[in-house]
Each structure stands twice: as C-alpha cells, then as structure tokens.
Design a protein around this ligand. Structure first.
Ligand SMILES: [Zn+2]
Length: 203
C-alpha cells in the first residue's frame, strides 16, 4: 500500500481579496489598490524566496491592509512549508528530524518553529500522531528521505519528500501485511487537520 499526500505550492500570481473589509464593523466590499507596485516579502518556502505583498485600501473606512498570493499568509513560512512540517511530525518524525529533512530540501526551519506549527495545528495533530503510531504497533520509527537515498527498510517507515512543480509530494510505502494500518477515519482526520487543498490517497 502506498500513502500519498500532495500539498499545493505557492501561487505567486493569484491574489484573493477579502470579501469584507477587515476593520471591525465596516462591512464594505470594495477596495482600491493603495500602492502601484506592492512590496517584496521574503518567504520561507521550498520553491519561492519572495513574493509580492499588495496593499489595498477600503473605499468606505479608508483602512489599508496587505494581501498575499495564494499559499502565503502574514507568516514568514508559506502554507505549504507549514503543512509539510506538521505532516512529517504526524507521520512519526521527531521535531529534530523534521528540521533536518526540511533543511535537506533547502529550507532552514528551526526546531522551535516546527514545534510552534504543530502546537498551532493543535490537539488534533497530536492525536493523529498517537493514532498513527498505535496502528504501527509502536514498533516502527520513521525516516524521511528523498527518493534517491537508500534506507534500511526493516525497522523504519521510509517517507519520501519531493518538491516539484505544482507542489510538495509526501509518500510512504506501507507494509501490506499490517492489519489495516491506515483506517478511513484516520485519513479523514488527517485531511481535516491539514486543511483544504491537500490531497491524500492510498493505493
Ligand atoms: Zn472598511
């Protein structure tokens, strides 16, 4: 069995304007561009070093605010990188191992940041990790590797991570003989915890 997750990458050309003005009580739905050009924003991501943040002004209350491309928030990390770090943790890697793996992909993400990401994903992420480890009978560690690296598969679950055009792909070969290691409920929980845009499949 093969577990596969696909996390969409940052889309630098697509911006979503908010539906209503973020100022409390304003409720306006029309905005004007506040700057001609927008400003570069440095980004921690597997693909993009920086994106352009645009500034909009509400036509009613005059408040201005920033909008970012799809997959980018106020955070320094892209949504894809955040999701990747949380997923690797849920699949059994330690905070240190997540940091090492992401660094091997060219992104310096501190252990504390990974911890903060997992905490923000909340109790659900911790429960999913425990559930995952229990279905694996607690006997297996996890190793994240890129697809070119050979690992001893006897004791650890090998998780491969590849960044390509269109997104980040995480996949892992699950032993067929294990008694239903991936339950539908667990997968549903994982999909909920990771949010929209992440596709999960088991083949
Ligand atoms: Zn307003």
């Amino acid at each position: 069995m093969r577990l596969q997750l696909r996390i969409p990458q940052v889309n630098p050309g697509v911006y979503y304007e908010p539906e209503v003005c973020p100022a409390a009580g304003c409720g306006a739905r029309r905005f004007k561009s506040h700057q001609q050009q927008g400003r570069p924003k440095r980004l921690l991501d597997l693909q993009e070093d920086s994106v352009i943040a645009r500034r909009l002004r509400c036509v009613r209350c005059g408040r201005s605010f920033r909008v970012y491309p799809q997959g980018v928030s106020r955070s320094r990390q892209s949504c894809a990188l955040k999701t990747l770090s949380i997923t690797l943790y849920i699949l059994g890697l330690s905070y240190r191992e997540v940091t090492d793996r992401v660094e091997a992909l060219g992104c310096a993400l501190g252990k504390t940041t990974v911890y903060d990401n997992v905490q923000a994903a909340g109790k659900r992420a911790q429960e999913l990790r425990v559930g995952w480890q229990q279905t694996r009978h607690g006997s297996m560690g996890a190793t994240a590797t890129d697809v070119t690296t050979r690992q001893d598969r006897s004791r650890s679950l090998v998780i491969s991570v590849t960044a390509s055009e269109g997104g980040v792909e995480i996949s892992s070969e699950l032993p067929d003989d294990a008694d239903a290691p991936v339950t539908k409920g667990w997968l549903r929980g994982l999909a909920e915890a990771l949010g929209r845009g992440v596709s999960i499949s088991v083949e």
